[in-house]
Design a protein around this ligand. Structure first.
Ligand SMILES: Nc1ncnc2c1ncn2[C@@H]1O[C@H](COP(=O)(O)OP(=O)(O)O)[C@@H](O)[C@H]1O
Ligand SMILES: [Mg+2]
Length: 270
């Protein structure tokens, strides 16, 4: 059985590309064949995130316009025999990708890979709409827990449902346990309840995500909380059960309450 998931968001910069790369790698290391498709036309990121920017010769638009064979455009990842990338074009625009041609590419990827993860452009404009008819099994909607981002996620969820997306699951990224504890942001479970979506994953705010990228490493290759969270999320995507830690919702031990990190009440300057 093969599965195709769109990785979408209302607002940009919420962690879609980080998520596509981390989940792709986690699924591949767990024994599944995976293709990550960078469909953020004109803003190609995945080749850099996956560390293969020098290996990209052909891209999604080259294949969609029939200039080259799909096999020629798929980029193998060194040391990751089950993971491949179909890169986005750096110079094309969203309108250069024909929805029908994209659907045909996805049909062929479905035959080759157990999982196809499509890293989508942010928002609900043409860039995303072009991808909605590709026959995906579902969408992973990525959001951060702040009010603006949740509102955009809600709008995107509505569009996905209106367009007949069979399943929409929520991934709440950059959850800061201290802000949840103080009630300044909702927990991941509260965000999912507000959006009436099933929670697929909660990833904590973790400096190691940025640091891994700066050091050209995968977040899965550094020991950190975000790594564990992505591994649990990949397990859920495989249909397995994995616990939700509920960042910021559990009562802290006396020791951590006394000596752990704390936030003071925020007061505006007079
Ligand atoms: N859980 C996290 N903790 C800290 N930084 C993160 C986290 N997730 C993503 N980031 C950072 O946020 C920025 C945007 O992430 P990216 O995946 O490019 O977002 P998008 O694809 O939605 O635009 C990157 O610099 C990334 O390293
Ligand atoms: Mg991106």
């Amino acid at each position: 059985m093969s599965e195709v998931w769109l990785i979408a968001s209302g607002k940009g910069g919420v962690g879609k590309s980080t998520t596509a790369a981390a989940l792709g790698m986690a699924l591949a290391r767990g024994g599944r064949t995976v293709c990550v498709v960078d469909a953020d036309i004109g803003l190609r990121d995945q080749d850099a995130i996956l560390g293969v920017e020098n290996a990209v010769v052909y891209d999604l638009i080259d294949v969609a316009r029939k200039g080259c064979a799909l096999e020629q455009a798929l980029v193998a990842l060194p040391g990751e025999p089950r993971l491949q990338l179909l890169a986005a074009s750096q110079f094309a625009r969203a309108r250069d990708l024909n929805a029908k041609a994209f659907g045909k590419i996805i049909d062929r990827l479905r035959e080759k890979f157990a999982f196809t993860l499509i890293d989508c452009p942010a928002g609900i404009e043409r860039g995303l709409r072009n991808l909605l008819t590709c026959g995906a099994d579902g969408a992973i909607l990525v959001t951060t827990p702040d009010a603006v981002c949740l509102r955009d996620a809600e709008r995107t969820s509505q569009l996905l449902r209106e367009k007949g997306m069979p399943e929409v699951r929520l991934l709440v990224n950059r959850v800061n346990p201290l802000l949840v504890e103080r009630g300044e942001t909702p927990s991941a479970a509260q965000a999912a309840a507000r959006l009436e979506l099933q929670l697929l994953g909660e990833i904590p705010e973790d400096l190691n995500v940025c640091r891994a990228a700066l050091n050209r490493l995968s977040v899965l290759d550094v020991p950190c909380e975000a790594r564990e969270a992505y591994l649990r999320t990949a397990a859920r995507l495989r249909g397995e059960k994995a616990p939700f830690p509920g960042y910021g919702t559990k009562k802290r031990s006396l020791w951590r309450r006394l000596f752990g990190p704390a936030l003071k009440e925020m007061k505006p300057i007079d």
